[in-house]
Ligand binder design. Sequence first.
Ligand SMILES: Cc1cc2nc3c(=O)[nH]c(=O)nc-3n(C[C@H](O)[C@H](O)[C@H](O)COP(=O)(O)O)c2cc1C
Length: 364
Amino acid sequence: MPTMDDATAGPMLFRPITFRSVTARNRIALSPMCQYCARDGVPDDWHLAALGQRAVGGGGIVFTEATAVEPRGRISHGCLGLYNDDQQRGFERIARFVAGQGAVPGIQLGHAGRKASVTEPWNGNRPLTADEDPWAAIAPSPVAFDDGYPAPQEMDRATIAQVTDAMAAAVRRAREAGFQVVEVHAAHGYLGHEFLSPLSNRRSDDYGGSLENRTRFVREMAAAARSEWPADLPLFLRLSCTDWVEGGWDLEQSVWLAQQLAAGGEVDLVDCSSGGLHPAQKIALGPGYQAPFAQAVRERAGIATAAVGLITEAAQANAILEAGQADLIMVGRAYLRDPYLPLRFAADLGVDLDWPVQIARGKR
Ligand SMILES: Cc1cc2nc3c(=O)[nH]c(=O)nc-3n(C[C@H](O)[C@H](O)[C@H](O)COP(=O)(O)O)c2cc1C
């Protein structure tokens, strides 16, 4: 579990938190959010400005969007990757700038699996057509995500090993680029999640069937990531805690997996999201709707958790922490709307933060 400085007064949201050797200045993190505007997976000025501004805006941890560990693991042509030197160089200046602003630079690494090779959301989020340079998606089983999607290629053991090796290599590059937290993406219907859910995993080998088998790939991804990540740096893992579909992956299975991860000691925090695997999902949306998942995993697996999802107000974010539901708050869309959201949250809670000197004249 993370350590915290109980002597620090004030709302918990603005108390520092330490994971291994890394201390975040507060408990607000920018949730990973795809921008779909990279070329050949290389981060450019957009990514520097978007992430950099949110570090200026006061976040404790600033996460990149989902970054693919191999080319076919990108969701779209516009998604980031970390499998070559150009990409690594692009990330270096982002990590340096974010850290220079006092935020912890984090990177989310993943693989899109059967949801790869689609257009950007503003072009319909549909499978690429033959004239749009599509690629063959891979998955645990040849089960398409939805009508209109081609069936993915079933991964053989060599392909599974190739992807876990690619995860390890990307983590090594993340370390060289200067990131201080890696989050393994195993949520939202992408490759890791596809192995977890019986709705997308129909395998009969030791990667399918029982809960132990279905979780094997994600556990191997976590181990591969940890093998290249320094012992003094934290590793997070994002899970969809339920598919929101009868007969799918659910909270009980998530708790079991989190217990294994806690026992393994490789992962420091489980980031508790949900959904994304199946078009028939029925999500019970509402303010903080996924926080109960973070609470259940935290209490029953004894591992730190992040809460995410419709957390939009300072008092609400702070209450989740004070109630012991989670250790960290990930904010997505509200932080897109307002790059200075943590500075505003501080003011809302009566916390007097030092603003970066360049913008301090705007404080009041
Ligand atoms: C534009 C956009 C892109 C996203 N991309 C990612 C991503 O790359 N990785 C991920 O784990 N979640 C992604 N998400 C989900 C968010 O990280 C977050 O979990 C979700 O938006 C719920 O939080 P919110 O209600 O604070 O927005 C994305 C969400 C949005 C709106």
